[in-house]
Design a protein. Structure first.
Length: 160
């Protein structure tokens, strides 16, 4: 038995770094993931596909390790100062499906960044636990993404 926990997060923020620098970092998946907390291992599966293995969370008796793969596609239009990094879930790898996107807009004196993440995580627990477990899993994922964004903002010279 398992519980499916849905994740749907959206963030918007502005940083001091130039759009090209922001795009360069976010489109380089290993470098970008290097700012994400609690990643145990990132494996390049080729053709823009990366497998994420997160650290186990929980107690010794009850713990969850999220493993998934996503395919990344990046585009940047230097003349318009617009960039995007999109990732789509790869089925059949691990216990989660995660997709999302970065949108990058050059505002001349700053760069606007939007992050969108959607996912489903399979947690190997009985259905009766869903009301208790789902908010904990959602909260933990949100905390990791918040820390990721804080790390990126710091790397990009702070928020505007």
């Amino acid at each position: 038995m398992s519980i499916t926990v849905k994740i749907d997060l959206g963030y918007e923020f502005n940083v001091k770094a130039k759009a090209a620098e922001v795009f360069e970092l976010l489109s380089d998946v290993p470098t970008s993931v290097g700012h994400f907390p609690k990643v145990e291992k990132l494996t390049d599966l080729g053709d823009g596909v990366y497998q994420w293995e997160m650290e186990k969370v929980g107690t010794a008796q009850v713990n969850i390790q999220t493993i998934y793969a996503s395919k990344y596609v990046s585009k940047y239009d230097k003349t318009k100062g617009l960039g995007s990094v999109k990732w789509t879930p790869v089925r059949g790898v691990g216990n989660a499906l995660v997709g999302g996107s970065w949108s990058i807009v050059d505002n001349k004196k700053s760069t606007s960044i939007e992050l969108s993440i959607q996912g489903e995580i399979e947690v190997p627990l009985p259905g009766l636990m869903k009301m208790v477990v789902a908010p904990v899993v959602e909260g933990e994922f949100e905390k990791l993404v918040d820390k990721y964004i804080a790390n990126l903002v710091k790397r990009f010279g702070g928020e505007v």
